[in-house]
Design a binder for this molecule. Structure first.
Ligand code: PLP
Length: 504
């Protein structure tokens, strides 16, 4: 039962029509669809009703003036009209963060997407001949040039690449693979399951830690269609181990006239070992080893768009290109535009290191990161909003299921608040526009500038200022709504009141 105070407040909530008639809300109708505005008005009055009914005798009741409610409507309409997929600031230090979209694209790749997207293109048109062409022609020549392979094909992602190769060359027959290479990547790509989906049968050889060439050879029989080598991207078997090199496997395949496939996972085109990272086999090396078909991702260490790239011997690629799945797994023009532009940068490795964000992030030196971290910490401390920042050494990760044992030295900005937990700080930062994602360790919010573009640093400081300002005083203006402490409520409460806010 509502108390008399509540009943009185409920009666004071303006009617939907009268809120719609306020100048603020009326002006919204010029910019946004009427249904959206009406829905927001209903939601605001409903939320006011709920918060009145939920208020205890000590709690403030919401401001029910038309101006206050109209402001709330504006906020809701803007929020509803905002895109759902938005850029975020990645302050985790994980360079290839699968949840944050993996590889950011080089400016040249972004420009190529815009150019091709805005009009017609020669996607499948041969401008020389004036007749139908192939969408694969745009990247194929570059891929051949950069990898040394005879032919190339681009599909939706590396999982699709492996699926397609197996379906085209081994359906209904056996594929020989080492037991220690039956990997799971990202929780959904599992070699045994991809093999099953492609219609081939798995023939495991060796033990978890050791496999010898003779194991593969002993498994070859009339049912064998292909020999597979999988890069154990996201884990390593250490200690007493033995694997078979690509060159050895390729020679064995050639002897038995069987195709060999290497799923490289990341597929780097440049040597990364000078960064102090584990030695990662490059695509040209894998091709040169004699392996017939090599597959890799476009958006891991290559630093391009999401894609699966298949390179190798023409006689196998011709069969793969004709398989019906090739049509089902093909890429769109935006991907091809971005991939071609990214690959072009690799023609001059110096440009690739300078312009491809993934390579640039990996190559940032500890000293440079320290200077940037100290500058950011200074700015945070200068805000005077109850946030304390200090710089401490730490490590960044490559991510994306690549180089699991390698970490890169960095300097982290560790932020604490006198009143709020690291989790609360992190949650408030995620609600900023643009959202900021950091990591938490030892009750501190950690920001790693390795993955923050220098041009995004002002936005990062602004987000921290908004969060600090909100925590210190009135309320944080954020993407979703206002978060503002109820006068009589705890900090915990404060962070729960996202749905509807009572202006503090
Ligand atoms: C990442 C990875 C895949 C999956 O690649 P996607 O492009 O994410 O589909 C497959 N195999 C290996 C070895 C990988 O590292």
């Amino acid at each position: 039962m509502p108390t008399p105070r509540q009943t009185q407040a409920l009666r004071a909530i303006p009617a939907v029509d009268s809120l719609l008639a306020t100048p603020t809300v009326t002006s919204l109708l010029k910019e946004y669809p009427r249904t959206l505005v009406v829905e927001a008005v209903r939601a605001v009055t409903a939320a006011a009703r709920r918060s009145i009914l939920a208020a205890g005798p000590e709690d403030d009741l919401p401001d029910l003036s038309p101006a206050a409610l109209a402001a709330e409507v504006v906020e809701r309409v803007r929020e509803a009209a905002r895109p759902h997929l938005v850029p975020v600031i990645n302050a985790t230090g994980v360079v290839l963060h699968t949840n944050l979209g993996r590889a950011p694209l080089a400016p040249a790749a972004c420009a190529a997407i815009t150019e091709v997207a805005r009009g017609y293109s020669n996607l499948e048109y041969d401008l020389e001949a004036g007749e139908r062409g192939s969408r694969q022609s745009h990247a194929e020549a570059l891929l051949k040039e950069l990898t040394g392979a005879e032919a190339a094909l681009v599909v939706n992602n590396n999982a699709a690449a492996v699926l397609l190769v197996l379906a085209a060359l081994a359906a209904g027959r056996e594929v020989v693979v080492a037991r220690g290479q039956l990997v799971e990547i990202g929780g959904s790509f599992r070699i045994p399951e991809v093999m099953e989906a492609s219609g081939c049968r798995l023939r495991e050889v060796g033990t978890t830690n050791k496999v010898y060439l003779r194991d593969y050879e002993a498994a070859i029989g009339p049912e064998t269609a292909l020999l597979l080598k999988v890069h154990t991207s996201n884990y390593r078997i250490l200690g007493f181990t033995s694997t078979v090199s690509g060159a050895e496997l390729a020679a064995l395949g050639a002897r038995y006239n069987l195709p060999t496939l290497e799923d490289l996972g990341s597929g780097v085109l440049v040597d990364l070992s000078w960064l102090g990272l584990e030695r990662e086999p490059t695509v040209p090396e894998s091709v040169a080893s004699g392996i017939d078909i090599v597959t890799f991702s476009g958006d891991k260490l290559l630093g391009g768009p999401q894609a699966g790239i298949i390179v190798g011997k023409k006689r196998y690629l011709d069969i793969i290109k004709r398989h019906p799945l090739a049509r089902a797994l093909r890429v769109g023009k935006l991907t091809l535009a971005a991939l071609e532009a990214t690959l072009r940068l690799y023609r001059e490795p110096k440009r690739a290191w300078e312009e491809i964000p993934v390579l640039r992030a990996l190559s940032l030196g500890e000293a440079e990161l320290k200077v940037r971290a100290e500058r950011l910490a200074h700015k945070i401390n200068e805000l005077g909003l109850g946030l304390t920042a200090e710089v401490r050494p730490g490590t960044s990760e490559v991510g994306g299921g690549a180089l699991p044992l390698s970490s890169l030295p960095t300097h982290l900005v560790a932020v604490t608040s006198s009143r709020y937990s690291a989790a609360e700080l992190a949650a408030a930062l995620r609600r900023q526009d643009p959202p900021v994602v950091g990591r938490i360790a030892d009750e501190r919010l950690l920001l790693d500038l390795r993955t923050v573009f220098p041009e995004d640093e002002p936005a990062l400081v602004a987000a921290l200022a908004a969060v600090g300002g909100g925590l210190a005083g009135g309320g944080v203006r954020c993407r979703r709504a206002y978060i503002s402490p109820r006068r009589s409520s705890s900090a915990r409460h404060h962070f729960r009141s996202f749905g509807f806010s009572l202006r503090g």
